[in-house]
Design a protein around this ligand. Structure first.
Ligand SMILES: Nc1ncnc2c1ncn2[C@@H]1O[C@H](COP(=O)(O)OP(=O)(O)O)[C@@H](O)[C@H]1O
Ligand SMILES: [Mg+2]
Length: 264
C-alpha cells in the first residue's frame, strides 16, 4: 500500500458454508477520504466491514488498516478504528449526554463531561443532551451513535449503512455529520445500498456485486462508463424527494423539536 492509503484490501474471500460471499475483493481507501461500498442487500458489505474491523476472519486475501494487517495485528487495528453498525447501539434509558460520558469513562479518557459536551455540540444535540434517548428521533439516535464512535478520536471510522431506515430529513442530517467527519481528516468507509447516498457523500465509490468489486472510481469516472446522454429538451420535474423536503422544510439545519419521535 502507499502512504496515502489507510485501508488496503486485496483478494479478500469469504464463504459461509456453501455460500461464497466474497470472491476476491480488492480496493484501497485514501487517508481523509470518504469511500462508499455500494451494493444491494446481501452483497457482502457487512462481511467486508466485519473483516476490516477484525470481527470476522477472511478465508483468503489480505486486509490492512493504518498499515496493520487485520489478521496478524487485530488488537492494534481495533485501537485505530471505530465501527457504527446498522442498528444504533445507544442505551435508551440514559440521556444522550450520559451515553457519551459512559463511553468516555470506559475508555479511561480525561474529562468525560467536556468530551460529551463537545460532541453534543458538534452533532447539534446540545438541546437534547439531557433527554432520554428513548425520546430521540431516528436521525438523532444515529447522530448520537456516530458521536459515540468518535470518542477517543479514531483515525478510521466504518459506518455500516448509516442511514438505512431513516426518513429523508434524518438522512440529510446524518450526511452532514459524515461530511463534517471527513472534513476533519477522519477516513470514512461507509456501506450503503442507496445510490444517492454514495453520490452525495463519497469521494470514491466501489460497487460490490456477486462477490467482487465490479467498478471503483469517482462519481465522474463512474458516470463516464455510460455513453454520453443525448441532449433532449424536457421540463425538469422535481423529484418526490424534492417535493417532500420542500413541504416538511429541509432547511439543512438540525431541528430537534421537529425531529423528536418522528421516526423509529
Ligand atoms: N453468519 C452468517 N452465516 C451464514 N450466512 C451469512 C452470515 N452472515 C451473512 N450471511 C449471508 O452472506 C451474504 C452477505 O451478507 P452481508 O455481508 O450481511 O451482506 P450486506 O451487508 O451487503 O447486506 C448474505 O446472503 C447473508 O445472508
Ligand atoms: Mg449489511
Amino acid at each position: 500500500m502507499t502512504a496515502q492509503n489507510v485501508i488496503h484490501v486485496q483478494g479478500l474471500e469469504k464463504s459461509y458454508k456453501q455460500l461464497q460471499v466474497l470472491r476476491g475483493v480488492d480496493f484501497d481507501v485514501a487517508r481523509g477520504s470518504i469511500f462508499a461500498l455500494l451494493g444491494s442487500n446481501g452483497a457482502g458489505k457487512t462481511t467486508v466491514v466485519k473483516i476490516l474491523s477484525t470481527l470476522l476472519k477472511a478465508d483468503a486475501g489480505t486486509a490492512s488498516v493504518n498499515g496493520l494487517d487485520v489478521a496478524t495485528h487485530p488488537a492494534n487495528v481495533r485501537e485505530s478504528i471505530s465501527l457504527t453498525g446498522q442498528f444504533a447501539a445507544v442505551d435508551e434509558i440514559l440521556s444522550g449526554r450520559e451515553n457519551l460520558v459512559l463511553v468516555a469513562r470506559l475508555r479511561h479518557l480525561k474529562d468525560p463531561g467536556k468530551i460529551a459536551d463537545d460532541l453534543l455540540e458538534r452533532f447539534s444535540l446540545t438541546d437534547a443532551g439531557a433527554r432520554k434517548v428513548s425520546t430521540y428521533s431516528g436521525g438523532m439516535r444515529r447522530r448520537l451513535d456516530i458521536a459515540m464512535s468518535l470518542i477517543g478520536n479514531p483515525p478510521v471510522i466504518f459506518l455500516d449503512e448509516p442511514t438505512t431506515g431513516l426518513d429523508p430529513q434524518a438522512r440529510i442530517e446524518v450526511w452532514q455529520a459524515v461530511k463534517e467527519l471527513a472534513g476533519r481528516g477522519t477516513t470514512v468507509l461507509l456501506t450503503t445500498q442507496y445510490l444517492d447516498e454514495a453520490e452525495q457523500l463519497a469521494d470514491r465509490i466501489a460497487i460490490l456485486h456477486e462477490g467482487r468489486i465490479i467498478v471503483n472510481g469517482t462519481l465522474t469516472e463512474l458516470k463516464q462508463l455510460l455513453p454520453p446522454a443525448k441532449v433532449e429538451y424536457v421540463e425538469k420535474q422535481p423529484t418526490l424527494e424534492d417535493v417532500f423536503l420542500t413541504l416538511v422544510g429541509a432547511n439543512g439545519k438540525n431541528s430537534h423539536d421537529r425531529n423528536a419521535g418522528t421516526d423509529a
